[in-house]
Design a protein around this ligand. Structure first.
Ligand SMILES: [Cu+2]
Length: 169
């Protein structure tokens, strides 16, 4: 039966992988870039993905570009001992050799800013270019997905004043 179970598990893994879009450039693989739908009047939205570096050289995500969004930053969300969440602007996101880095709610994320009323709508796709120091420029599409209960640990960017943001530089 072992063979049967292994086959079944492999089939499940393949099915799961097929649902999320993967992008590969050089030794960098980006899995499931996504953003949550935003409120109509929201000015900012968060972007998330998994980035794997299969090479033996460190790489770095330097910036994210989207044609219609004038300002996009890379942020780290952290919650201090008093439960106050803060976002710090990052000077790129390091992707160490052979490692996988998660951009996820409550941690590292792409911050789409100055949306100016162009809300992210459910099932929309946002065409973006990820710029890596070594791998170069990778075109991806962020899937806009519904906010879920499991997302409550994430920061509600639409309510968060950027006055609490500290710049690391
Ligand atoms: Cu942010």
């Amino acid at each position: 039966m072992k063979t049967f179970i292994q086959t079944a598990v492999a089939a499940l893994l393949l099915t799961g992988a097929a649902q999320a879009q993967d992008y590969t450039l050089g030794g960098i693989t980006v899995t499931h870039p996504m953003a949550f739908e935003t409120a109509k009047n929201a000015n900012v939205g968060g972007g998330y993905m998994t980035i794997e570096n299969t090479t033996d050289t460190a790489d770095k995500l330097l910036e994210v570009r989207v044609a219609d969004i004038p300002r996009i930053e890379l942020h780290l969300s952290e919650t201090d001992a008093n439960g106050i969440a803060r976002m710090t602007k990052q000077d790129g996101i390091e992707i160490p050799a052979g490692e996988t880095v998660l951009l996820q709610p409550g941690g590292l994320h792409v911050m789409f800013m100055e949306l100016g009323g162009n809300a992210f709508e459910l099932d929309e796709k946002i065409s973006a270019t990820l710029v890596f120091e070594n791998a170069g420029e990778m075109n991806v599409e962020f899937d806009v997905e519904a906010r879920s209960a499991g997302d409550h640990g994430g920061m509600d960017h639409s309510k968060m004043g950027h006055g609490t943001m500290k710049k690391s530089d």
